[in-house]
Design a protein around this ligand. Structure first.
Ligand SMILES: C[S@@+](CC[C@H](N)C(=O)[O-])C[C@H]1O[C@@H](n2cnc3c(N)ncnc32)[C@H](O)[C@@H]1O
Ligand code: SF4
Length: 390
């Protein structure tokens, strides 16, 4: 991988005509930090002066500079993530979308998502977001079990996430996602079953299901190290994945990426862009962007991010230009995780020669000219990618 230290603002950041273009906006604020999370987010005590108003002013500048760089691609998707975007409230999130519109042309049919934490939402917030032009809400539910939420340090009551999803539906959101985490220490099969049932009954059209990852440097990692809680067990995680998949499939959802299930038409188009050849600008502290073969990432701390923009400079920390082999590796890694799979033609001859062995092992199916992970292959997706790329 060719990695260079960029003089600020030096990478060539033009959008490629014809490739889908999206904008990711990172909101780096959370009321409290969940013990398992290592995302670039800050509680008020950690901010040292940065605040949502300063962040929004800096974001406006970044979006103006971004538009000057990329040309005028039609924006097909916007994803406001975090952190906790719902802490910005209806007025703040409306201003974020207005800042996008001030600088870019938004497709009439654009998908506009915001993440939200259940405890900072209300029917009024959803109504405001709908009026502002948001089309999709993604809520962090994680679990319905109180003891699981406690281990994860989640602050919402067990029923609040499905209730918030139902409120979003009632406010007119056709597309609503609930994130679930499985494999938390202390979670039982029945806890997961009840969580999935509550998510489905809330009327959502999308569920993301993530195996709990014990990230280095988190409070959860320290608790595991001290022996206070057990690390998630691989066999339990595999069993819970099968349980989640079976229950969602029975409820009319289909997997379209290894960790994502949707009702027909409910796929997240923005995330599909990450996995399947899209380009995007990543705005906000620590956000990553990808255009042509260049990936770059912003300065992480909100104060330093805002300071760079106050000087009318793009707040780029560094970038890398992917060579042909690196791009190929990434394409295989990402596309193979999709239900539509990977085209045979996307593989080199020596890689294609390994496919029959993986089919014989029950890890890949061949569907026409494409290869798709089997149910067993989904449990071992990373291993299948390694075996293909050898
Ligand atoms: C970073 S959060 C942002 C959204 C929002 N703040 C929330 O917590 O709901 C997005 C999702 O990532 C998932 N996530 C974060 N850290 C994780 C970890 N260590 N293991 C598994 N999933 C994780 C959670 O499901 C979470 O809902
Ligand atoms: S999981 Fe969500 S709410 Fe919890 S600290 Fe991470 S970003 Fe914030």
């Amino acid at each position: 991988m060719t990695t260079r230290t960029a003089p600020l603002g030096q990478p060539d950041l033009a959008a490629t005509p014809g490739r889908p273009f999206g904008i990711y906006i990172h909101v780096p604020f959370c009321a409290t930090r969940c013990g398992y999370c290592d995302f670039n987010t800050y509680t008020p005590a950690e901010l040292g002066g940065a605040n949502p108003e300063g962040w929004l002013a800096a974001l406006r500048t970044e979006l103006r500079l971004a538009a000057e760089h990329v040309g005028a691609p039609l924006v097909r998707t916007v994803f406001v993530g975090g952190g906790t975007p719902s802490l910005l409230g209806g007025a703040g999130l409306s201003a974020v979308l207005e800042a996008v519109r001030d600088n870019f042309e938004l497709d009439a049919d654009a998908e506009v998502t915001t993440e939200a934490n259940p405890e900072s939402t209300s029917p009024e917030l959803f109504a405001t977001l709908r009026d502002a032009g948001y089309t999709r809400i993604s809520l962090g539910m994680q679990s319905l079990a109180p003891h699981v939420l406690a281990v994860l340090n989640r602050t919402h009551s067990p029923g609040r996430a499905p209730a918030a999803a139902a409120e979003a539906r009632a406010a007119g959101f056709e597309h609503v996602n609930l994130d679930l985490i499985y494999g938390t220490p202390g979670e039982s099969d029945d806890d997961l079953r009840r969580s999935v049932e509550a998510a489905v009954n809330a009327g959502v059209d999308h569920v993301s299901g993530y195996a709990l990852i014990v990230e280095d440097g988190t409070a959860l990692a320290r608790r595991v190290r001290r022996g206070e809680v057990a690390a998630p067990d691989d066999d339990v995680l595999a069993h819970r994945y099968e349980l989640l998949d079976g229950q969602l499939t029975a409820a009319g959802f289909a997997w379209y990426e290894v960790s994502n299930w949707s009702a027909p038409g409910g796929e997240c188009r923005h995330n599909l862009g990450y996995w399947d050849g899209g380009e995007w600008w990543g705005a906000g502290p620590g956000a990553h962007g990808f255009l042509d073969a260049t990936r770059w990432w912003n300065i992480k701390h909100p104060n330093n991010y805002a300071q760079a923009l106050a000087g009318d400079e793009l707040p780029i920390a560094d970038f890398e230009v992917l060579g042909a082999q690196d791009r190929h590796t990434e394409d295989v890694m990402l596309r193979l995780r999709l239900r539509r799979g990977l085209a045979m033609d996307d593989l080199a001859a020596d890689e294609r020669a390994r496919v029959p062995g993986l089919v014989a092992e029950g890890l890949l199916d061949i569907a026409g000219e494409r290869m798709v992970l089997t149910d067993r292959g989904r449990l071992l997706a990373d291993g299948v990618v390694c075996a293909l790329l050898a």
